[in-house]
Write a protein that binds this ligand. Structure first.
Ligand code: NAD
Length: 427
């Protein structure tokens, strides 16, 4: 296949919509997913088993596979166990730095504070369809545990033999329950509960279009992190970049899913042509060439050249990618001009894959331009903050007129009275 470099100036409105309003196929499966969710709600485990047979081709025995996790941890190769432990350590360290402290401060006689408490029961989805994702177990369970969540249940698609590295990661990261359930049916089970699956209060984690549509469907009945669907990368490059590195990063994201979106944008037409060539050359002999080709073919993917770096930066900003890689001279000055990106990778030696597994940052990130309003998974996702206040008599006296005036303006006499009552002995 060929992936032609295109001039940004020639892109028409339909293509712009495909790029900037991309939805990775999620909308198209919403109706099917609504049906799946309601079947699980009504029929519980029986529906989970039926969908496992239909979509995963597996006759599920035990849905709860928690007891297999420790054995899997012992059974996997030493080097894989060590890699999981290193990833966990780095992710834990980065997320421990995010833990907020409760605070109290007195401001004009008013004692004010915030206290942070973890959600009690969390469901984490670890994908496992086209590929397996023990890394997503690490990225969801470790921050939840750092936040202090008591019960973390992982759901991951069933298989004749559950993937041992995913199970091992569940044990190593400290998951309390592991369920063999995938797709939108797993999300429904975590949201509403079944005979086997305990209902959770917050569902986090990435997945394909069915998982993502499932999260959109249950949102409201249960809290979710955000929509973390098929992967995306935008590489912003100038003539100092290595086109082979840029191409390698595009190919890496494209191999996640046929619905993945990958773009490179540069201010140099020769660089764009070299990246296109390197992508084509890199496709040769890849195991997942069909998935990669489908992703590259998408109208939401492409290799583009702009008339200036400013135009390229504006494109990247509007694209609001899940992953933004900047492979250009003076990357920090470019970063200063970007607000909308899930996770940023600076320089030639920071491939997105390093963050996918082991830099310590979280790889669960908003897709479909969700980065315009949301950041990725963090310790905050698992915490709720209550506010606390205490006034002494003088502080209330200072506020009295403000409160009673606003209460009167709202026509809420009882509110004003509740303040005045504290001073009744003076009048
Ligand atoms: P998955 O676990 O997300 O999906 C597999 C499940 O999809 C199966 O268990 C099955 O139940 C369901 N399914 C398959 N075909 C179906 C159909 N026709 N109808 C209904 N349900 C069906 O695993 P995956 O497919 O490998 O996808 C993983 C996804 O996670 C990729 O898109 C990847 O890009 C994404 N990802 C995103 C992030 C992020 O933070 N945004 C991070 C990591 C991975």
């Amino acid at each position: 296949m060929t992936i032609e470099a295109e001039a940004l100036a020639d892109i028409g409105p339909a293509r712009r919509r495909a790029l900037f309003e991309r939805d990775a196929g999620v909308d198209a499966v919403r109706d099917d997913v609504r049906e799946i969710v309601s079947r699980v709600r009504e029929e519980g485990d029986a529906a989970l088993r039926e969908f496992a047979s239909e979509f995963d081709g597996v006759e599920v025995g035990n849905i709860d596979v928690t007891d297999q996790a420790e054995r899997a941890y012992e059974s996997i190769d030493d080097d894989v166990r060590a890699a999981i432990e290193t990833a966990i350590e780095n992710v834990r360290e980065f997320h421990e730095r995010q833990l907020p402290e409760d605070w109290t401060e007195t401001v004009d006689g008013r004692e004010l504070g915030r206290r942070f408490r973890p959600v009690e029961r969390v469901g984490a989805y670890a994908p496992g369809g086209a590929a397996t994702y023990p890394s997503s177990v690490v990225m969801t369970v470790v921050p939840a545990k750092v936040a202090g969540v008591e019960q973390v249940a992982v759901a991951t698609p069933p298989a004749e033999e559950m993937h041992p590295v995913t199970l091992a990661a569940c044990h190593a990261a400290g998951a309390d329950r592991v369920y063999a359930a995938g797709g939108a049916q797993a999300i429904a089970a975590l949201a509403y509960g079944t005979e086997t699956v305990d209902r959770t209060q917050l569902i986090v984690g990435p997945g394909n279009k069915w998982v993502t549509a499932g999260k959109a469907e249950v949102r409201g009945d249960v809290e979710i992190d955000f929509l973390a669907g098929p992967s995306e990368v935008c590489v912003l490059a100038d003539d100092t970049c290595e086109p082979e590195y840029v191409a390698a990063d595009l190919l890496a994201q494209a191999e996640h899913d046929p619905e993945a979106s990958v773009v490179a944008v540069t201010d140099d037409a020769d660089v764009a042509a070299a990246v296109s060539e390197a992508v084509e050359a890199g496709l040769d002999g890849r195991e997942r060439a069909d998935v990669i080709e489908a992703a590259l073919d998408s109208e939401a993917s492409g290799v583009f050249y702009a008339r200036s770096m400013s135009e390229a930066v504006l494109f990247a900003e509007e694209y609001a990618a899940e992953h933004l890689s900047i492979q250009a001279d003076d990357d920090e000055a470019i970063l200063d001009r970007i607000d909308d990106a899930g996770s940023v990778f600076l320089g030639p030696y920071t491939p997105v894959a390093a963050g996918d597994y082991a830099t310590g940052t979280n790889h669960v990130l908003p897709t479909n331009a969700g980065a315009r309003v949301k950041g990725g998974l963090s310790v905050d996702t698992f915490l709720r903050a209550s506010t606390v206040q205490r006034l002494d008599r003088d502080a209330l006296a200072d506020l009295r007129e403000t409160v009673t005036t606003l209460a009167d303006a709202e026509g809420l006499e009882g509110h004003a009275n509740s303040v005045d009552a504290r001073f009744a002995d003076e009048e």
